[in-house]
Design a protein around this ligand. Structure first.
Ligand SMILES: [Zn+2]
Ligand SMILES: [Zn+2]
Length: 208
């Protein structure tokens, strides 16, 4: 089952230029069988997500991209929208209480350009990043960061034994499906999606 794990629509993410209908049409167009709504600090209602799913005939999973003091963290399995700025530790407590999944989103975005490159930071230095001790998985294929930054995230994830995931982080139709997650078995709901990721029953494909 081909899905995109990370998408934003203008319905709940003001920074996205893509309406929910445009996202769904793009997903169908590139052959996806499911898509994840991961708006910034907002969760879609199950009813509205179901409506979209029915209308376009592909699965719609609900997650959230939470802004934390340690960077953006994608969460699945919670309906809780954060009040104020959380630390990664605070968010992880919420996620664990709901048996959810926490993913460090684009953990090194911009760093190799503006930070790590200049500081000559290497993988072993990055292992101390406190956010990475509060997540199950790391995005190693994010459609909005450079290949270098994705590769760096992959090396860090390997060193820490974290699950390596990916998503387009689409804010426009053209970006949908840039990083595809191929689930070995179809997921019917968020719980099955979480189990598939935690059990590493998937592979990644960089499409664009
Ligand atoms: Zn983000
Ligand atoms: Zn995002």
């Amino acid at each position: 089952m081909r899905i995109d794990l990370h998408c934003h629509t203008s319905a709940l993410s003001p920074c996205s230029e893509m309406t929910p209908d445009e996202m769904m049409a793009a997903a169908v167009n590139v052959g996806l069988e499911g898509i994840c709504l991961t708006e910034h600090n907002r969760v879609w209602s199950a009813e509205k997500a179901d409506e979209l799913s029915q209308k376009y005939g592909i699965a719609v999973f609900r997650g959230i991209e939470v802004t934390t003091t340690g960077g953006d963290i994608l969460v699945f399995g919670t309906e809780t929208e954060p009040e104020g700025l959380l630390t990664p530790q605070q968010l992880k407590m919420i996620v664990d209480a709901e048996n959810g999944l926490a993913i460090a989103a684009h953990p090194f975005r911009g760093f190799l350009l503006f930070g790590f490159g200049m500081l000559q930071m290497n993988v072993s230095d990055a292992l101390d990043n406190p956010t990475l001790s509060q997540v199950h998985a790391v995005e190693v294929c994010n459609g909005k960061v450079t290949d270098e930054e994705n590769n760096f995230a992959g090396q860090v994830a390997d060193a820490l034994g974290l699950i390596k995931v990916g998503g387009s982080d689409a804010h426009s139709s053209e970006a949908v499906g840039a990083c595809v997650t191929i689930l070995h078995n179809p997921a019917r709901n968020e719980r099955e999606l979480i189990a598939a990721i935690l059990n590493r029953q998937f592979s990644l494909e960089r499409a664009k």
